[in-house]
Ligand binder design. Structure first.
Ligand code: 9G3
Length: 581
């Protein structure tokens, strides 16, 4: 392709709204342009890479036995009302009315659409298992689109849906997709990790996320240095590093803050005046103890109902875990007013002792057996000390409610846990019958009985994957494309377009390379060499070939994008050399 004939509008400077490397370089290398917030044009170069990624996805989907189709993006509201999700998703689901005033949604995902199709077309167990997929535009009205293609409001997703007649069948479909994802991300040159994840609102049981490792990732990956445990921080388990149980003695006065009113030792459950000590830090200073001696009581509305959750003072409550444990969809902190009205307590001084008996108290299992603990007294500026968990307050339910933290150990092997940031590029779910039951999508089994399909769903954020690849494959000068998805293989530059020897050699090489099946981007513009080299670095093709002053000797200069130094090569050996790459 002659650069002159295509459209690759490179930029010298970073766009002001670009905060990450991939957003900066995809804009500067002329791959994407923003049309609106979270809405992007794929320019010719960007679209060419996108198609290469899609090719890899299609090849691996084919190998996994999945069949491609294309579902509509325009969904009648009735479909989403059948599944009950029309009212679950708020403003994020983009809705519109047709000319007759009928309500529609722009597809944010396609469980409803695909289940409706299979319900009509697949009625016998003989037609199962069946895995259908599409590569389709999705619409989600994100509150804060950001980082270019990483979080858009219109984006490209490969979404696959499997239909089986048994759990074993689903397990096989799931494994095939899981393995296909591993192959896809590997071929795309991505450094990634598959981790246990939370199924969230979509429900279902097993689910894994495929995370591209990146410091700008919004997700936190917890993984063990010794065994293969890896999970999203939302649900990762861990064994506490601080094994401190309450020590025998009371609160040692000499460690208490000077001037504190805390006497040397207290009776069991004694009230202590703790003026304005609302935070764990203030309490540890006041009493001269570690945070693990304090019980943190958090008042929440879980699906609108008041609940008090207890975690040790050195821990954070994990809201995803408490929602999972209670099978709830929403969890939010209780307002100060509610804390007074519903708990009869005071914000900052909530504690588990003498709470109204209709308020459920959930406790992280590290609370079990705590002795000489410090808890809020449910009164302003007061705490109770020397409280024994098993003796002094009731717990309705114990569970793993805490968020894993640095220093914790692996629950499986005791190894040290590590924390990385990641970008979610894939997510696979075992849905079970959640949608097929909701939509009465059934098949007749060999005894003529009708059963809901057992489903799985499998997504790859294709446009997001493109950005994640650039996040991992760039240097200060621009993008460095992995071989299998690079938009072109060779970046051919001629220095002096008014020099016939250089032009003739360059044209010949352009022709020979293309005849050898090598995709070439040929920069024959009347520009300064520096500008052409800067564009080559931004665009990031694997090999730059320069026809310059040694053209007369049949010598060209070559430089791999992944290396700093260049080398010279006889022009007539170039095609073989490129083939050997
Ligand atoms: C919506 C909106 C946003 C959403 C969803 C629905 C996320 C929604 C989860 C999934 C699950 C799987 C098939 C491919 C793999 C992922 N955000 N999810 O369902 F209406 Cl506005 O998309 N879908």
């Amino acid at each position: 392709m002659r650069l002159r004939h295509t459209l690759i509008p490179t930029l010298r400077d970073d766009p002001s709204d670009a905060e990450t490397a991939s957003h900066r370089f995809m804009a500067r290398a002329g791959l994407i342009r923003q049309l609106a917030s979270g809405v992007y044009t794929y320019l010719p170069l960007g679209y060419r890479v996108l198609r290469n990624v899609e090719r890899i996805i299609r090849e691996e989907m084919e190998k996994a036995g999945a069949v491609e189709l294309l579902l509509p993006a325009l969904h009648p509201a009735e479909l989403w009302q059948e599944s009950g999700r029309w009212d679950v998703y708020g403003d994020e689901l983009m809705r519109l009315k047709d000319r007759n005033g009928r309500p529609f949604a722009l597809g944010a995902t396609h469980e409803e659409a695909i289940t409706s199709l299979v319900r009509d077309e697949v009625k016998s167990y003989k037609k199962l298992p069946l895995t259908l997929y599409q590569i389709q535009t999705k619409f989600r009205d994100e509150r804060r689109p950001r980082y270019g293609l990483l979080r858009g409001r219109e984006f490209l997703m490969k979404d696959a849906y499997s239909f089986d007649a048994s759990q074993e069948g689903l397990d096989q479909s799931y494994t095939r997709m899981y393995d296909a994802y591993t192959a896809i991300f590997t071929r795309c040159g991505l450094k990634f990790r598959a981790i246990e994840a939370d199924s969230g609102a979509i429900g279902g049981s097993d689910t894994h996320e495929f995370m591209a490792l990146s410091d700008i990732g919004e997700d936190t990956i917890v993984h063990c240095g010794q065994c293969d445990y890896a999970a999203n921080l939302e649900l990762a388990e861990s064994v506490g590093s601080v094994n401190a149980k309450a020590d025998a003695g009371g609160v040692a006065a000499d460690k208490a803050e000077p001037g504190a009113t805390a006497p040397a030792a207290f009776g069991a459950g004694q009230i202590v005046e703790t003026p304005n000590c609302r935070t764990i830090a203030q309490l540890t200073r006041f009493f001269g103890v570690g945070p693990e001696r304090i019980v943190k009581s958090i008042a929440l509305l879980i699906d609108g109902r008041p609940v008090v959750a207890l975690v040790r003072g050195d821990r954070e409550l994990n809201e995803t875990k408490i929602k999972r444990m209670l099978g709830a969809t929403s969890a939010e902190l209780m307002s100060e007013q509610d804390i007074t009205d519903k708990l009869g307590s005071v914000a900052g001084f909530i504690g588990p002792v003498n709470l109204p008996s209709d308020i459920p108290i959930m406790a992280d299992e590290e609370i079990r057996g705590m002795r000489q603990a410090i808890v809020g007294a449910n009164a302003a500026d007061r705490h109770l000390v020397d409280v024994d968990a098993d003796r002094d307050f009731r717990i309705n339910l114990y569970g793993d409610l805490r968020t894993a933290t640095a220093g914790d150990r692996c629950t499986r092997c005791g190894g040290e846990l590590r924390f990385d940031k990641g970008i979610e590029v894939g997510h696979v779910f075992k849905l079970g019958t959640k949608y097929s039951e909701a939509m009465r999508a059934t098949y007749l089994d060999d005894s003529g009985k009708s059963n809901p399909y057992i489903m799985g769903c499998y997504g790859i954020g294709v446009s997001r994957l493109l950005a994640a690849i650039v996040e991992q494959h760039h240097n200060d000068a621009g993008i460095v494309w992995p071989a299998e998805i690079t938009p072109y293989r060779v970046h051919l530059i001629v220095i002096q377009t008014n020099n016939t020897v250089q032009m003739e050699l360059a044209e010949k090489l352009y022709r020979d390379l293309q005849n050898a099946g090598c995709d070439v981007l040929y920069d024959d513009r009347d520009d300064r060499a520096g500008a052409k080299f800067a564009d080559a670095d931004l665009i990031g093709l694997p090999l730059r070939v320069t026809v310059g002053k040694r053209a007369a000797e049949g010598i060209v200069e070559c430089k791999r994008r992944s290396e700093a130094e260049s080398f010279e090569l006889a022009a007539d050996r170039l095609t073989d050399f490129v083939r050997s790459m």
